[in-house]
Design a protein around this ligand. Sequence first.
Ligand SMILES: Cc1cc2nc3c(=O)[nH]c(=O)nc-3n(C[C@H](O)[C@H](O)[C@H](O)COP(=O)(O)OP(=O)(O)OC[C@H]3O[C@@H](n4cnc5c(N)ncnc54)[C@H](O)[C@@H]3O)c2cc1C
Length: 476
Amino acid sequence: MSASTSGPSTDPLLPRLAAIVGETHVLTDADALEPYLHDWRGLYKGRTRAVVRPGSTAEVAALLRCCHEAGVPIVPQGGNTGLVGGSIPDLSGTAVILSLRRLDRVREVDLSSDTMIVEAGVTLLAAQEAAEAAGRFFPLSLASEGTCTIGGNLGTNAGGTAVLAYGNARELVLGLEVVMADGAVWNGLGKLRKDNTGYDLRNLFVGSEGTLGIITAAVLKLFPARRDIVTAFVGLPSPAAALALLDRAKARLGAGVTTFELMPRMAVEMVVNHIPGNRDPLAGAHPWNVLFEASSPSDPDLRNKVETLLAEAIESGEAEDATIAASLDQRDALWRLRESLPEAQGHEGGSIKHDISLPLSRIPAFIEAMGAALERLVPGCRPLPFGHLGDGNLHFNVTQPVGADRTEFLGRWGEVSGVVLGEVVREGGSISAEHGVGQLKRDLLREVKDPVALDLMRRIKSAFDPKGILNPGKVL
Ligand SMILES: Cc1cc2nc3c(=O)[nH]c(=O)nc-3n(C[C@H](O)[C@H](O)[C@H](O)COP(=O)(O)OP(=O)(O)OC[C@H]3O[C@@H](n4cnc5c(N)ncnc54)[C@H](O)[C@@H]3O)c2cc1C
């Protein structure tokens, strides 16, 4: 146990935790705790009595038994890349942070079943690499993949850039091992694709953000390796044109359409201006752009198909220009442009961020209506709708007017969000498409969620965690 800067701890719980995981894995030193106590965006800061780092499912179970008995809150944490404050404790300092990162083994790869069993602390990148080493493909893909963990991905039901073809994290998992609030271990590591034997417990844990149980391992689905990948960057006149192109692409290539990411012109300019190593892939400036990727386990003709598709789109006026990556380096450059956007936006001052989804058909009208409404509210503010258009999921971020005061602008978060999310709800959309609820959207959830659904969620929570020790203050 590392010494606290404020003197040796007198907390009677800590020696009991140390007896389970070993003293070196109970952190109390202020410097050691620091990275666990704030979120990636710097919106949330918490306090903890200790960060505990178990190395096995048995240790997680023993820790939960101990905390359950003592009534001590537990905040599970993976890579701490979540964007809604779900992995950060409150300021009371009563909670233990349970870091799952030492559970980092790939337990099994079963090629006949097309599955692999990985522990919760395996990073998404390591899971992708394990699949690749076995000649398979694991399609979940997020810009945070080097740091985020499979436990966090499942805890948040992460989305990312390949949902269009492969689905969210929920659709990529067959079985789970979960430690319950009282330390009981549910071995649900089944590999079955068909199993209609009652309530689907797995799907309750996926997306529950650590409020129902601690995921310690998962059976992930593997897919055939993609041998042929074609990546293009397209300039378009409008979001409506982008949707028309998406329709055309799905009609021609079906499930081969893997990625369809929308970026307004301003987003490309921000990345090119602020993040070294990026350049505009197209000669002219276009009001909107799409990063488009098609892939197949084996289709040597795929590039020709994409070329024909884009030529037709330009002919019909849906697209204004397009370029197809001719090498791996060019492909990486197109992806870098997309993935550098959150960082580039930071250089333009404050941004009020939303992660929304809408029925696809409503997106063009929504973007237009929001542009006008936000200009009325904060003249000069810069709406930046970008992201996973193919899934109906936009990161509808609003950047401060040029030269405005950052703090003053961010102080209007509630008003700006009220306009954006009010319209999302009226349009039958979701206030959280892929990031979850955490602390950030907990109060809002109570306002917009169907009351019967909320009541059922509360009853599920109290059935799974009657003492309320699992990630309190999150989701509900
Ligand atoms: C640059 C960047 C890009 C991103 N892009 C995307 C994107 O495209 N799509 C997307 O969906 N998200 C995205 N995210 C958000 C984030 O990466 C995901 O939510 C990710 O799934 C979180 O994983 P993590 O291991 O960091 O979880 P954490 O942040 O540690 O935790 C997230 C939540 O899961 C719970 N949790 C963690 N581990 C467990 C466990 N083992 N058992 C039970 N609960 C657990 C935590 O308590 C918390 O509520 C992005 C984040 C960043 C920083």
